[in-house]
Write a protein that binds this ligand. Sequence first.
Ligand code: TRP
Length: 328
Amino acid sequence: MTKKHVLSGMRPTGKLHIGHYVGALENWIGLQEKYQNYHLIADYHVLTTNLNTENIYQDSLDMVIDWVACGIDPERSPIFRQSQIKEHCELQLIFSMLITVSRLERNPSLKDQVRDLDIETVIFGHLGYPVLQAADILLYKGSFVPVGEDQVPHVEITREIARRFNTQYGEVFPEPEPLLTKFSRLAGLDGKAKMSKSLDNTILLSDDPEMVKKRLKKAVTDPEKIYKNSPGHPDICLVYGYHKKFTPDQEEVKQIEADCRAGSLGCVDCKMRCAANISTVLAPILEKRRELENNMPLVKEILHDGETKARRLAVETMGQVREKMKLG
Ligand code: TRP
């Protein structure tokens, strides 16, 4: 029996943080048993918001290290850069004929990004972002795409393009479904809704225990808990949110909640316990990271190998597309 394909992707924007782990990687790792997974490094997509490509290769290698350190098995699940497989561009061009400009302008993910990043004028490639993403997914015949809420509109566009192609030229593509992550967002240390490198409110997967403590010290907590023994409100406290995710013993989590409410647990102690628990989760990742960082030829080989495997499937799919379109 052949397994259905999962295509997951991320833009390489530097070292990953615990929000990526909780929101995406944990989920990806769990999918490896049931499906054939492909992991895409969306280096072309980075260009939509940053034209400076100085660090793009290093950022991509860092992402490979983080993925493998978290438990992606590159033997089973190829890891590859979009930019190394020409078929992405070819399929994107064909797909760009199957969707209207007004449909792309209505894309809420684009609107959000334009607002959040204060973008004044939208470049052609940014408007076409989801068209390239559709090519990413469908080249590998992805039936499922693990994403956060914010990416669902992109997957919807992929489905529309797949349908349009299949009715116009004949069945080639599945209509992919988003696989929503349960714990899809971890708030940033500043209390902002999202952990993000550009906001400098993250804990990195590469942070050692000292660094985790240092970063967590700065985390905002319940503003009404002014003194160590003031009663607090765990439900609105960021650090309690991290405890729920990283403190393995649920009894301990309950105790922390009760002690905070009673005013018998101060924020500093609470943060240090949280830091220790986060570091326990990160310890094996950190170790594996170091091992890989000290063996860059292996990291490069993982990428090369993934690109060879991914290319094989991309070429095959593109052959089917050309055949259906009488462009053979
Ligand atoms: N748009 C995705 C993000 O910003 C990255 C991405 C590019 C992607 N191509 C993809 C995700 C294909 C899933 C499938 O996170």
